[in-house]
Design a protein around this ligand. Structure first.
Ligand code: CA
Length: 232
C-alpha cells in the first residue's frame, strides 16, 4: 500500500510521513500543490492526504484537476477548524473524507485505513483469505490464529494482495504499490517476496498467472481445477 502526503507545513508533513511509514505504507510527500498534483497524476496511490491551504495550487484545485483527469484514488482532506466552507467545497470537489486541524495522527491513520478498505470493497478492518487474517488496525497478520512475522515489504505486498484478492495483479502494479518514488525499483524482487510469502503462509494462496502476474485465491487450486463430470 502506497500513500501520498501533500502538506506544506514541514513539521506536520514529516510527522505524517513517519506515522504512515511506521504503519507499513510506502510514502511519497509533496510540499506544494503543483508538486502534489503532478505526483497524484503520474503515480498510482492507494490514498492521498491533501491539505487545502497549499502554495502554488490550492488543495481544492489539485483535487478538481485529478477528478477531471479521471484519477479516482481516495482522498482525505486536511482542513482548518474555522473554515467549514472548505469542507463543503472539498467534498464537492471529490474528497472522500476530511480531518480538521489540529488532529491526532491516529485519526488520520484510521480514516485512511477505512478509505483504502472501502475502495477495495471491504467493510471491516479485518480482511480474511482462508486461514490468513490481516488486521488493518495493527498491521498484523495471522495464519490459523498464529502470528506471522513479515518484513515491511512482505507486509505491503500481502496487504495489497489481500485488499485485492481474486484479482490478477501484474508485477508492474505490485511494484508500484510496494515502493515509494525514491526507491530504486526492480520488478524481479516481487518474485522474491512472493516466494517468501508462500513459504510463510503455505503455497496455496498466491497463484502465479502465467504471463500476467499473481492472484491471491481463497480456494485451493486443486479443488478449483477439478474437472466437472458430465453425465450426458
Ligand atoms: Ca497548509
Amino acid at each position: 500500500m502506497r500513500v501520498l502526503i501533500v502538506e506544506d507545513d514541514k513539521d506536520l508533513n514529516r510527522q505524517l510521513v513517519e506515522a504512515f511509514g511506521e504503519a507499513g505504507y510506502a510514502v511519497d510527500k509533496a510540499f506544494d500543490g503543483e508538486e502534489g498534483h503532478f505526483l497524484g497524476d503520474t503515480e498510482p496511490y492507494d490514498a492521498v492526504i491533501l491539505d487545502i491551504g497549499l502554495p502554488e495550487m490550492d488543495g481544492i484545485s489539485v483535487l478538481e484537476n485529478w477528478r477531471r483527469e479521471g484519477r479516482k484514488m481516495p482522498v482525505l482532506m486536511l482542513t482548518a477548524r474555522d473554515r467549514w466552507n472548505d469542507k463543503v467545497s472539498g467534498i464537492d470537489a471529490g474528497a472522500d473524507d476530511y480531518v480538521t486541524k489540529p488532529f491526532h495522527i491516529e485519526e488520520v491513520l484510521a480514516r485512511v485505513r477505512a478509505l483504502i478498505r472501502r475502495s477495495a470493497g471491504h467493510a471491516t478492518s479485518e480482511i480474511a483469505c482462508g486461514p490468513v487474517l490481516l488486521d488493518t488496525r495493527t498491521s498484523k497478520v495471522t495464519l490459523d490464529g498464529n502470528p506471522v512475522k513479515l518484513t515491511s515489504h512482505e507486509f505491503r505486498l500481502l496487504s495489497y494482495l489481500m485488499h485485492h484478492q481474486d484479482k490478477i495483479l501484474s508485477r508492474t502494479e505490485l511494484t508500484e504499490h510496494l515502493y515509494d518514488q525514491d526507491f530504486d525499483r526492480d520488478s524481479n524482487t516481487i518474485e522474491v517476496f512472493v516466494g517468501r510469502l508462500r513459504k510463510k503462509l503455505g503455497g496455496h494462496y498466491i497463484e502465479t498467472v502465467r504471463g500476467l502476474g499473481y492472484r491471491l485465491v481463497n480456494e485451493l487450486p486443486e479443488i478449483k481445477s477439478k474437472p466437472a463430470k458430465s453425465k450426458a
